[in-house]
Design a binder for this molecule. Structure first.
Ligand code: NAD
Length: 472
């Protein structure tokens, strides 16, 4: 049993009460995390505020050195952190290891970035320059699907730019990130990073707190809208990475055998619980039979089990509310007479929140499984004949997170990619992210940017200096 503590003002603390954390692969309680009340949140925000003047004045090179030291600490403890992450999330240990090492990679890469300043005028009369200065205290809310990595997508740029932070991880997956907090407390100055955990009230308290200057939120579009409303009270700066219903389009010239496995993982990685997973697969009629057969063949070789079991490739749905949502969609497919190419039946003996790999054969465009974000291992596969028609169907969504095009011809793929209304488009690959690559949701998938220089600058505000040159 892990009894995790919050990190507030450099000290590891309990809350007034605690809540249980469950392993979704078997339902067992594996630990507890503190339930943060308003007083503890105030303490965390005060600690971040007190740390801000000195952290923001710390030279960039020194801050970067500390972020790299943090990366080293994660790597040294990767094995332990990954096992803890798997026990609270359910994902395979290898995937958890990728999250821990990914977090270290993000810390190092962002530490090496340079925040530019611009010279607007350098004349005999005046020197005008714009620098990007830190905002203040950042309130960060991270989700449960990649709880470790996505927390560091926020920690690394916020701290690099000179801000301090109060982070709230998901109550479903607080343990590994709290453990990382204990490690980072040994490295970072007091109050620079604070981590608080709690239930349904804590997110709203954080987003309206007058001591928070910016909110960075990753989660659903519905909650993102509430966060935006809360942030308006003190005009907090805002970054929102929200939901998606990504379409992938498979053109008729594709080499089915070459791409089938990659298309499978684009949809089913992390049991479909990826914001940028392929959630609607549009396949040209000429290759529909061959590709669906190859996908089903490959799916039968994939092992879904408890992530701590040797050889597991896919774990359970991470939590009960999400499991119920996915089961509801499955029931909707069944009651509307859709044909399952594979899957569809949950094992009644399973102890955890397992939903089998499921593929739906050409469901109606207007059905819920096509129109809604499933965030689980159910993939609707749809036929198309006409390229204009499929582009219109792909774009007919309030979401605009990412998309993919699969083709034997890069030019043909790019011609389609340019017309997809999304912040990222992949050609012949998917779910490829990098610290230097800006990631921004279009439409109702987001507001602002994560990663890349643009993502780093989201943790700054421009400050312009103009200096008149007095003529002697
Ligand atoms: P969610 O919106 O249900 O909850 C996210 C967090 O918000 C939780 O920690 C919750 O405590 C908090 N919260 C709830 N109400 C709040 C309020 N009124 N004010 C402030 N905080 C509040 O999302 P989730 O179920 O954790 O995550 C799944 C969703 O996240 C999916 O839609 C997925 O696509 C999206 N997601 C997006 C990205 C991305 O980068 N675009 C990445 C991962 C996940």
């Amino acid at each position: 049993m892990t009894k995790a503590k919050m990190l507030i003002g450099g000290v590891l603390v309990d809350g007034p009460t605690s809540f249980q954390v469950v392993n979704p692969a078997n339902g067992s309680v594996i630990g507890t995390a503190p339930e943060c009340d308003r007083q503890h949140l105030d303490l965390a925000v005060s600690a971040a505020r007190e740390a801000f003047p000195s952290w923001s004045a710390t030279p960039d090179g020194e801050r970067s050195k500390l972020l790299k030291a943090a990366a080293g600490a994660l790597e040294t403890n990767a094995d332990r952190l990954a096992r803890l992450l798997t026990s609270e999330h359910g994902k395979p240990v290898a995937d958890s290891m990728m999250e821990i090492h990914g977090a270290a990679h993000w810390l190092r890469s962002i530490a090496d970035m340079t925040i530019p300043s611009t010279t607007n005028e350098d004349s005999a009369v005046r020197l005008s320059q714009t620098r990007h200065v830190p905002i203040g205290v950042v309130g960060a809310i991270s989700p449960w699907n990649f709880p470790f990595l996505l927390s560091f997508w926020k920690i690394a740029p916020a701290l690099k730019a000179g801000n301090t932070m109060v982070l709230k991880p998901s109550p479903f997956t607080p343990l590994a990130i709290l453990e990382a907090g204990a490690l980072l407390a040994e490295i970072l100055p007091t109050g620079v990073l604070n981590i608080v955990t709690g239930g349904d009230d804590l997110g709203p308290w954080l987003t309206v707190h007058p001591g928070i200057d910016k909110v960075t939120f990753t989660g659903s579009t519905a909650t993102g809208k509430l966060v935006m409303q809360s942030a308006a009270t003190t005009l907090k700066r805002l970054t929102l990475e929200l939901g998606g219903n990504d379409a992938a389009i498979v053109l008729p010239d594709v080499d089915v055998d070459k791409v089938a496995q990659d298309i499978f993982w684009a949809s089913f990685r992390n049991s479909g619980q990826v914001c940028v997973a392929t959630k609607r697969l549009y396949v040209h009629v000429d290759v529909y039979e061959a590709l669906t057969a190859a996908l089903v063949r490959y799916a039968k070789t994939v092992k879904m089990a408890d992530g701590s079991e040797q050889g597991t490739q896919l774990g359970p749905i991470q939590n009960k509310p999400q499991y119920d949502r996915v089961i509801d969609l499955l029931e909707d497919c069944r009651s509307n007479g859709m044909r399952f190419l594979i899957g569809g039946e949950c094992d009644p003996q399973a102890q955890g929140y397992f939903v089998p790999i499921t593929m739906i054969d050409n469901p109606p465009e207007g059905s819920r499984i096509v129109q809604e974000e499933q965030f689980g291992p159910i993939l609707p596969i749809l036929k198309f004949e006409d390229i204009e028609d499929v582009i219109a169907r792909a774009n007919a969504s309030e979401y605009g997170l990412a998309g993919a095009v699969w083709s034997g011809s890069p030019d043909a793929a790019m011609a389609v990619a340019e017309r997809l209304e999304t912040g990222t488009v992949w050609v012949n690959e998917a779910i490829v992210m990098a610290p230097g690559q800006p990631f921004a949701g279009h439409k109702q998938s987001g507001f602002g940017v994560e990663n890349g220089l643009a993502g780093l600058l989201e943790y700054t505000v421009p400050k312009t200096f103009t200096v008149r040159r007095l003529v002697a």
